[in-house]
Write a protein that binds this ligand. Structure first.
Ligand code: AMP
Ligand code: GLY
Length: 427
């Protein structure tokens, strides 16, 4: 089978690495890919949002399955577009992707199906005054403000007081978030630790595709602004067998059954972001794709064949198929460009990667890298994911940090406490 993978981040390098090892995979194309995916297959210069261009490539190369990495092409409808032309796609439909594409869609869906989540209220139109009056009447801080639409991870604000609320409402209704925040969701603040669970879904059935915890804030001890993710570890000690069973029963099963019952069967990866509250796990968010950098710590643990599972999912044949993981922990530390996520420079040479190729317990996935005149250079905010493997969480953390010592580039920055919060929960 010829496979086309869309995307260019660390998540796609991890997926490409696993897909390229599949006995089912004849040729793997990655569009646009990065220098890391180049070692797994053929990088091609396609724009995933230009559906006609993607279709032309699929026809030309006789692609058997298109795997969509990021959310933007899914929410924009690439699955419906390609399936209507008779091509197999791994990823949810346009409407099913609304679980990530619209916070209101997700919240209303959870309310209809009694899926535990924070209490909420939706505001639309010229909502500034009405939203302010609503929060004033409740006078409870922190409070959570969410732009309804995709906002590249920047659409959630959590004001701690009235002054921050005023600034937040201004930003959402009139400022830089206006396009994503035509509709606003205000929700109750949930207290607890966050963990994520991934499900592989075929429209009717699902299988757990691992658990992980990420670190969204820029600086140690969860300080600084939110980022795309500074590191992650898998499995999550908060989601051991019994808890995971309970999450499957109370959250994932009703999500898959509810989507199917409403005529929007969910196929693809479902990412469920959870808050482990004192009243049990509740949904913080759904994403319609794998997490980044969570994918980079889950996929290396997989012992069964990824492409086989993706085909089973796309064809509605997941029932009874076991997804097998090893018993090791994985931790990834993300090496970022100095100043990320606010402002940073690119184009600096990266040194020291060759040495790591020989170290078995360390794996590197590329994100924002580029080859310039034969030299690997930085080309984005999140540059590399260094993944450590070990029989315990502590050992996987140590391997990741030991591995990254050999890597350097100008302005390189990383968090020093990735995985530390997980050590509180393992013996
Ligand atoms: P989201 O994009 O919905 O995942 O929100 C981004 C981040 O905001 C989450 O990972 C949480 O850390 C935080 N967050 C979102 N909703 C809530 C909530 N209701 N209570 C507490 N924190 C939240
Ligand atoms: N790491 C968070 C995400 O992929 O949305």
């Amino acid at each position: 089978m010829k496979v086309l993978l869309l995307g260019s981040g660390g998540r796609e390098h991890a997926l490409a690495w696993a897909l390229s090892q599949s006995p089912l995979c004849d040729t793997l194309y990655i569009a646009p890919g990065n220098p890391g995916t180049h070692t797994c297959g053929v990088n091609v210069d396609l724009d995933a949002l230009d559906f006609e261009q993607v279709l032309e490539f699929i026809l030309d190369k006789e692609i058997g399955l298109t795997v969509v990495g990021p959310e933007q092409p899914l929410v924009a409808g690439i699955t419906d577009f390609l399936e209507a032309k008779g091509h197999a796609v791994f990823g949810p439909s346009t409407i099913a992707s609304q679980l990530e594409g619209s916070k209101q869609f997700a919240k209303d869906f959870m309310a209809r199906h009694n899926i535990p989540t924070a209490a909420y209220k939706v505001f639309s139109g010229d909502y500034y005054a009405e939203a302010l009056a609503y929060v004033d009447a409740h006078n409870q801080y922190p409070i959570v403000l969410k732009a309804d639409g995709l906002a590249g991870g920047k659409g959630v604000l959590i004001p701690e007081n009235r002054e921050e609320l005023l600034a937040g409402l201004e930003e959402l209704s009139k400022g830089s978030l206006q396009a994503a925040a035509q509709t606003l969701v205000i929700e109750e603040f949930m207290l607890g630790e966050e963990a994520s669970v991934f499900a592989l879904c075929d429209g009717e059935h699902f299988e757990i595709m691992g658990t992980a915890q990420d670190h969204k804030r820029q600086l140690d001890c969860d300080k600084g602004p939110n980022t795309g993710g500074m590191g992650a570890y898998s499995p999550s000690p908060l989601l051991a067998k019994d808890m995971l069973n309970s999450v499957s029963e109370t959250i994932i099963a009703p999500t898959i059954a509810g989507m199917a019952a409403e005529g929007n069967p969910y196929k693809g990866f479902l990412y469920v972001g959870l808050m482990m509250t004192s009243a049990g796990p509740k949904v913080v968010e759904y994403n319609c794709r794998f997490g980044d950098p969570e994918c980079q710590v889950v996929i290396p643990r997989l012992r069964s064949d990824l492409l086989t599972h993706l085909v089973q999912s796309a064809q509605g044949e997941l029932l009874g198929k076991d997804i097998v993981f090893d018993q090791q922990y994985r931790t990834t530390v993300v090496l970022v460009s100095g100043g990320y996520p606010v402002s940073y420079e690119k184009g600096f040479p990266i040194f020291g990667l060759d040495e790591l190729e020989k170290v078995e317990a360390v794996q590197v996935f590329h994100a924002g890298t580029k080859e310039q005149d034969g030299q690997l250079c930085t080309a984005g905010g999140r540059v590399l994911n260094v993944v450590g493997t070990g029989p315990t969480l502590q050992e996987s953390i140590s391997m990741a940090y030991k591995g990254l010592e050999s890597i350097s580039f100008e302005g390189m920055f990383y968090r020093k406490d990735i995985g530390a919060k997980g050590l509180n929960h393992v013996s």
